[in-house]
Design a protein around this ligand. Structure first.
Ligand code: ATP
Length: 238
């Protein structure tokens, strides 16, 4: 098996006095899809934000490809290949689709590859190509999610962390989002996936972790967690 691309080791994170992450350790190997499952408020977004460098852990270590990136600012974590598709899509509504995509390619690591990556994004998302001159705010929710994914791809990430990519989307589009996550992984991207659609995320995940009250309580293959009684009762309503 390959070395871990991402290693999170005993991370504690606080908002004021409130502890959001307690001793969180996990790893993601190159080529894996790893899902994080947990109830609202369990700390899933906080974990992603700590890895990205938006929140600073009080203690613990985060390593990316062997390099200690703990508490690096986000622009630096992006430069080494950490990608983040944030919850709620976060496109710039007044900029065109093309301008939004170009914003994703301002990283040094992406320079020189813009044209090729743009073609790749437009091949993957033909609707974005058709609408490239339209303000992003005029796109449907599903199209905005595709745009957010496309913008992240423009930065040449090695790891993409998805925070609730299917939230608020129609069922047919949710299916598309999972298909895209799988396709990106088949094309070589390593994926960290946080999804309220637990069954679908465990089905596509090679491995998964269950986060409860800021702690990792369980881990295993996607299949093992799908069959786990605790997961079935708490997250699958079975
Ligand atoms: P959700 O699915 O609802 O987004 P989550 O598992 O992603 O939940 P987080 O958003 O990481 O959980 O929140 C973990 C805990 O930290 C919660 O108790 C939340 O209220 C708290 N929290 C999150 N962001 C902040 C903040 N900026 N300031 C203070 N507390 C916060």
């Amino acid at each position: 098996m390959s070395d871990p691309l991402l290693q999170v080791d005993a991370v504690d994170l606080y908002y004021g006095d409130a502890q959001a992450l307690s001793g969180v350790s996990l790893e993601i190997r190159t080529g894996e899809i790893v899902a994080i499952v947990g109830a609202n408020g369990a700390g899933k977004s906080s974990l992603i934000r700590a890895i990205h460098g938006i929140e600073k852990p009080a203690s613990g270590r985060i390593r990316f490809d062997g390099v200690d990136i703990t508490a690096w600012p986000s622009y630096r974590t992006c430069e080494v290949g950490v990608g983040h598709v944030a919850e709620g899509r976060q496109v710039f509504p007044n900029l065109t689709v093309l301008e939004n995509l170009e914003m994703g390619a301002t990283l040094k690591r992406a320079r020189g590859a813009e044209k090729r990556t743009l073609e790749r994004v437009f091949t993957m998302f033909p609707r974005l190509s058709e609408r490239r001159r339209q303000p992003a705010g005029t796109l449907s929710g599903g199209e905005q999610q595709m745009l957010a994914i496309g913008r992240c791809l423009m930065g040449q990430p090695r790891l993409i962390m998805f925070d609730e990519p299917s939230l608020g989307l129609a069922p047919a589009i949710v299916h598309d989002v999972f298909r895209i996550v799988r396709r990106l992984n088949e094309e070589g991207l390593t994926i960290l996936l946080v999804e309220q659609n637990v069954t679908a995320s465990l089905k596509i995940a090679h491995r998964a972790y269950v986060l409860e009250n800021g702690r990792i309580e369980l881990s295993g293959s996607g299949r093992e967690l799908l069959d786990n009684d605790r997961v079935r009762q708490a997250y699958l309503g079975l």
